[in-house]
Design a protein around this ligand. Structure first.
Ligand code: PLP
Length: 352
């Protein structure tokens, strides 16, 4: 399948003359900045917050590029990876016209973004083992199919999709394959960013919200070929990532050790949680997880969910999601939190 980006992009976006901000028009050394109507005296919020942030997050991208053996032109930084998902719809899918493929049960934002943008969604459910149904996915492609969303490790099922299937789809589909790797840092397999060199239609999404522990800062990433990234930069709001968030992530990148330690502890705790939950009679199945959560099939997810709320513990009831009947999604917490969860469940009476 040959890849023709210009055929995929909405014509209005191909013609777009992007907004040119003060900070993107002037790059260089100056002493006095009278170009952006900022408050020149200062900021009650702290130093430098009177100034607009770098619209292209160059310092952050340079760091990410060198750790991932990529170029900064292959990196988009967004206000959460949810911003990247929304931008991809707005760049590639004409409202009321184009379509996207989504494979439920999966992350809900793909369909919500499609609905907001009035883009048709072809839902091709995962198999009984929560793998991609490659034959049905390819059979659902038509000439209006612009995007295909694959989440690996998948939320809420926790498993990785088979890499051979992803590669087959990348080779066979002429649109963009958006691979959401929000949980890749917990997985036994490496990221597919190394595949960017071979697949011009691959977009890899990652986030600082999960393993990196910065959900409150809202910083997400898209890795893709430079033409796709240039389009995302042209369509995004000029200052989409705040100065505080950029600075915090740049500083956090120096502390990889803490993150690696939390990941190790999460994985140890995950195994512990699985082995303890397995002993309980109401647990029907615990699905293998490559993420920081587990999907647990029970007799009555609703009842356990409500009981846990009374104990001031919140898990996610997924029982109304297709293929997830009776399931709860439980995030792996700290050692103490997981102990309290298990204690509460053991004393619930539901187990008897
Ligand atoms: C949590 C999550 C995200 C959200 O990422 P943000 O960067 O916080 O917007 C994206 N994809 C999946 C699958 C997630 O579970």
């Amino acid at each position: 399948m040959t890849f023709d980006l210009n055929r995929l992009v909405r014509p209005n976006i191909l013609r777009l003359e992007p907004y040119s901000s003060a900070r993107s028009e002037f790059e260089g050394d100056a002493e006095i900045f009278l170009d952006a109507n900022e408050n020149a005296f200062g900021s009650p919020a702290g130093k430098r917050y009177n100034r607009y942030p770098d619209p292209l997050q160059k310092e952050l991208k340079a760091m990410l590029a060198s750790t991932n053996a990529l170029s900064p032109e292959q990196i988009f930084v967004g206000n959460g990876s949810d911003e990247a998902i929304d931008l991809l719809f707005r760049i590639f899918c004409g409202p009321g016209d184009d379509e996207a493929i989504v494979c439920p049960p999966t992350y809900g934002m793909y369909k919500v973004c499609a609905d907001i943008n009035n883009v048709g969604v072809r839902e091709v459910p995962l198999t009984d083992h929560f793998q991609l149904n490659v034959g049905k996915i390819l059979a659902s492609v038509n000439d209006r199919t612009k995007l295909m969303f694959i989440c690996s490790p998948n939320n809420p099922t926790g498993n990785l999709m088979r890499r051979a299937d992803i590669e087959h789809l990348l080779k066979s589909f002429g649109g963009l394959v958006v691979l959401d790797e929000a949980y890749i840092h917990f997985a036994a397999e490496p990221s597919m960013t190394a595949g960017l060199a071979h697949f011009p239609n691959l977009v890899v999404l990652q986030t600082f919200s999960k393993a990196w522990g910065m959900a409150g800062l809202r910083v997400g990433l898209a890795y893709a070929n430079p033409e796709i990234i240039a389009l995302m930069n042209a369509v995004k709001p000029p200052y989409n990532v705040s100065g505080i968030a950029q600075r915090a992530v740049i500083e956090a990148l120096a502390d990889k050790d803490s993150v690696a330690d939390w990941i190790r502890r999460t994985l140890t705790e995950r195994e512990q949680l699985v082995s303890e939950l397995k002993k309980l009679s109401f647990v029907k199945n615990i699905y293998p997880s490559d993420a920081n959560f587990i999907l647990v099939r029970t007799d009555d997810a609703r009842a356990i969910y409500k009981y846990l709320i009374d104990q001031k513990i919140v898990v996610r009831d997924r029982s109304s999601v297709q293929l997830c009947e009776g399931c709860m999604r439980i995030t792996v917490g700290t050692e103490d939190e997981n102990c309290r969860l298990l204690e509460s469940i053991r004393h619930s009476g539901i187990t008897n």
